[in-house]
Design a protein around this ligand. Structure first.
Ligand code: ATP
Ligand code: MG
Length: 413
């Protein structure tokens, strides 16, 4: 016998009994995002590597350690680790800046990151996300955050916490970065290797470090004082205040977290995360923020933008399991041609129907029907002779015989 091959580490099969949860999340995404005028976009899973090194930022873990990159015909190609860069590329390439703002797009699909697999963390995982282009006003930030919370509510997830922060703009952030570097300098040798690298290239990212010994250092009072200082300029402050005001008026509860910096380089001003207390240490279901510089950085006209991405596996793990869907009917008959014809007729009318392809004994077929369907549709000798069907409600155990024409009417579907 040949050796059995296994799924790659950090990847998972989504089995038929779980697919209805995925459908639910996808349908709700379509339904809720459509209400706000977002349209779905599907971009390729492979992109040129440069899109991510330029778009996500070459000081991020994603680009430095986590990308699946390979060469093909002298081109470096990468499996997308996230989809903002891809959507921005598509926005620019398809001239969507000529459309009247805002351009509102949403997506769903697999992402790939070479991370250490653990509960809530896979190497192939799925995200559902949105991007809104062309609006610099704080109304956009509030609408996107409000929509994220409404989407989560539509999935029955109510006890989630929204955290927000403002990273300011490149101008006011510069001063903050310098102060942060100054106060961290004495601890430089105690920081993890990654943080030591980030210190020069992207000191803000230090605050996002998950290493315990680094987290301890950031708790020191002199560092907290800098973290909690109001460094953002007047314009950024005004923007941030307005976002919070809109959220207050829309009844969105949030917590301000000054240490929230997000892992990606492209954010400015508003950043946010939505967390669950029921997920253990991988507790973020949603991450997002404003990225006014990215479209310009990827060669488009400078365009303000904001978006978020949610981890679908983490969402699904929070939703109570749905019962697997049963067939509407299972035809029980020892006459395959009649069963075939009747099944096709019902399928044509929109029902989900199967019959026994192996023509087992009547009693075996009834047993099978009880497992997989809501109704057993029995075509015995009499029913065939009289063009009738006996309908057995497999939950209640009741049975009636009707003309086949009337069959669908009699099913409570
Ligand atoms: P984390 O801090 O958990 O690594 P992140 O900052 O890398 O998250 P984003 O890049 O903002 O996450 O992605 C948005 C969401 O996608 C996350 O909040 C999470 O729900 C999900 N996500 C990210 N990486 C993974 C992964 N490896 N496996 C499963 N879900 C993930
Ligand atoms: Mg990550």
């Amino acid at each position: 016998m040949s050796e059995i091959l296994k799924v790659l580490k950090g990847t998972k099969d989504i089995l038929p009994q779980d697919v209805n949860m995925w459908h639910l999340v996808e349908q709700k995404a379509d339904e809720i995002f459509s209400k706000y005028g977002f349209k779905e976009i599907r971009t390729p899973i492979i992109e040129v590597t440069e899109l991510f090194s330029r778009g996500v930022g070459d000081t991020t873990d994603i680009v430095n350690k986590e990308m699946y990159t390979f060469e093909k015909s002298d081109r470096s190609i990468t499996l997308r680790p996230e989809n903002t860069a891809g959507v921005v590329r598509a926005y620019i390439e398809n001239g969507m800046s000529r459309l009247s703002a805002p351009v509102k797009l949403w997506y769903k699909g697999p992402m790939f990151r070479y991370e250490r697999p653990q509960a809530g963390r896979q190497r192939q995982f799925h995200q559902v996300g949105v991007e809104m282009f062309g609006i610099k006003q704080p109304t956009a930030d509030a609408e996107v955050i409000l929509m994220a919370t409404n989407f989560l509510k539509s999935l029955g997830l109510n006890d989630l916490e929204v955290e927000i922060n403002s990273l300011g703009c490149p101008k006011c952030r510069e001063e903050f970065k310098n102060r942060l570097k100054e106060v961290l300098k004495p601890y430089l040798s105690e920081l993890c290797e990654d943080c030591q690298k980030r210190y020069e290239k992207n000191p803000l990212r230090l605050l996002d470090c998950k290493v315990e010994s680094c987290k301890k250092i950031f708790e020191k009072p002199e560092i907290q004082e800098v973290v909690n200082s109001d460094f953002i300029c007047e314009e950024c402050e005004e923007h941030y205040t307005a976002v919070k005001l809109y959220l207050d008026r829309m009844g969105v509860k949030y917590i301000e977290n000054k240490q929230l910096v997000r892992g990606l380089d492209y954010y400015n001003r508003t950043v946010f995360e939505i967390k669950s207390n029921n997920l253990g240490s991988q507790n973020a279901v949603c991450g997002g923020g404003r990225y006014d510089g990215l479209v310009g950085q990827l060669g488009g006209e400078p365009t303000p933008a904001i978006g978020f991405a949610m981890g679908m596996e983490r969402l699904i793990s929070l939703i109570p399991k749905l019962e697997p869907k049963k067939l509407d009917g299972y035809i029980v008959s020892e006459h395959p041609v009649d069963a075939f014809l009747f099944a096709e007729e019902l399928r044509h009318e929109g029902l989900n129907v199967e019959f026994d392809l192996t023509t087992k004994k009547f009693s075996k077929q009834i047993e099978k029907a009880a497992k997989v369907a809501k109704y057993a549709l029995i075509l015995g000798e009499d029913e065939i002779a009289n063009h009738c069907v006996s309908i057995k409600n497999l939950e209640k155990g009741t049975q009636i015989t009707v003309d086949r024409i009337d069959c669908i009417k009699m099913l409570e579907l």
